[in-house]
Write a protein that binds this ligand. Structure first.
Ligand code: SF4
Length: 378
């Protein structure tokens, strides 16, 4: 039930992705990279769960040193996630097998340097160290020039994401670099389906990494992911995937297991029907955590928010819970109620407006007040 895929095959060390290769399942460490023991434990846990590739974020020189120690202790295939600090590529490339960069984060540093020049630097670094590249476009961090370009387009959001991915492929093509994959992620599976389908039509040769970002907690996070993967994989779209779930760090192997289960079910023609009204009513989005997480308590907080809103599932309200100050502020802008979690305080938002910062012991009450206020005003 998974049709033959038309993409070219790329290599992440000895792992083939694309073409007739099996669909690779990957995951990411959820702990702070500099917390060496915890991150080594995550790598072991994900490897034991069967991850083909394990991603680790590196934002600082201290993260690079931690990555060096992690590399020394494992043979697992590693991918590095470069966020805004793309210039760390020189240091991390010798330690990993793949580099992920986000086109929407390249404008933050060295503003006078062109995006094309920054991409050329990344390609040069990847080539030198025999790394693959992932062009990882994320709906929560679209490059500003693409947002501006499609501001008047009715489908501007989806068009900006797809155009950004297609243009970056062209940059890599023009540099003669072919060992790359693309990912286009959104927290809404319907947008994931639409944008990946459009991208696959534009670039049928480029392998795709599938994912629903910030899918949230099980079971809803798994249902959202299934909806997207079933639609795409059954059309022959998707060569590797990652399931993003908000679960305690010790349970991260569930991401790999879920990815493998979904592939297995699709191969055997087992599709799940979307629960009636799944896209109506309360929607809780939450991030899977990564090296930037500031307090693991945000996972309990996400679960508590789910618990205290169970009596109002029919309310058409979106709540977003994010684990850090890097992506949290931007990725909560579209939610009715947004929370981005720092080390000691949780920042509460109503749309783009900040309402205040509250301790972990006082935030639940504030969320419920805001929730009730929004319900009453509808
Ligand atoms: S919101 Fe922050 S902590 Fe959560 S996955 Fe994104 S970057 Fe990592």
């Amino acid at each position: 039930m998974i049709p033959e895929r038309k993409t070219r095959t790329i290599h992440v060390r000895d792992l083939a992705i694309g073409g007739s290769a099996p669909i690779a399942v990957q995951s990411m460490t959820a702990t702070r990279t500099i917390d060496l023991e915890a991150t080594k434990q995550q790598v072991r846990l994900l490897e034991a769960a069967g991850a083909d590739l394990i991603r680790i974020a590196a934002d600082t020189p201290a993260d690079v040193e931690a990555l060096r120690a992690i590399r020394a202790g494992t043979d697992a295939r590693l991918s590095v996630d470069l966020q805004e600090n793309y210039r760390l590529a020189t240091e991390v490339a010798p330690l990993v097998d793949k580099i992920r960069y986000n086109p929407g984060h390249l404008h933050h540093h060295e503003k006078s340097r062109s995006i094309a020049d920054k991409v050329a630097y990344l390609v040069d670094t990847a080539t030198t160290h025999n790394c693959a590249i992932r062009i990882g476009v994320n709906a929560g961090s679209i490059a500003p020039d693409y947002l501006a370009k499609f501001a008047d387009d009715e489908q501007g959001h989806a068009s900006a994401i797809v155009a950004s991915a297609v243009d970056h492929c062209e940059l890599l093509d023009n540099l003669g670099f072919a060992n790359y994959v693309v990912s286009i992620k959104d927290s809404d599976p319907r947008i994931v389906i639409e944008t990946n389908t459009r991208f696959a039509a534009a670039r049928p040769d480029v392998p795709l990494h599938l994912g629903v970002t910030e899918a949230g907690m099980p079971p809803d996070g798994i249902i959202k992911t299934r909806i997207a993967f079933e639609q795409l994989l059954s059309q022959g779209i998707g060569d590797t995937l990652r399931v993003s779930l908000t679960v305690p760090f010790a349970d991260k192997g569930l991401e790999v297991k879920t990815g493998r289960d979904i592939i297995h079910d699709i191969k055997n023609g087992r599709f799940r029907s979307v629960p009636k009204g799944f896209f109506d009513g309360l929607n809780i989005i939450s991030c899977p955590s990564c090296s930037r997480v500031e307090n693991e308590a945000f996972i309990d907080l996400a679960q508590d928010i789910k618990r205290i809103t169970q009596d109002a599932l029919e309310e058409d309200i979106t709540i977003a819970v994010m684990g850090c100050r890097v992506n949290g502020p931007g990725e909560t802008d579209d939610a009715d109620i947004g929370l981005w979690c720092g080390a000691k305080k949780v920042n509460l938002k109503r749309g783009t407006e900040t309402l205040g910062a509250y301790g972990y012991d006082e935030i639940l009450e504030r969320v419920r007040e805001e929730f009730d206020r929004q319900v009453a005003s509808k």
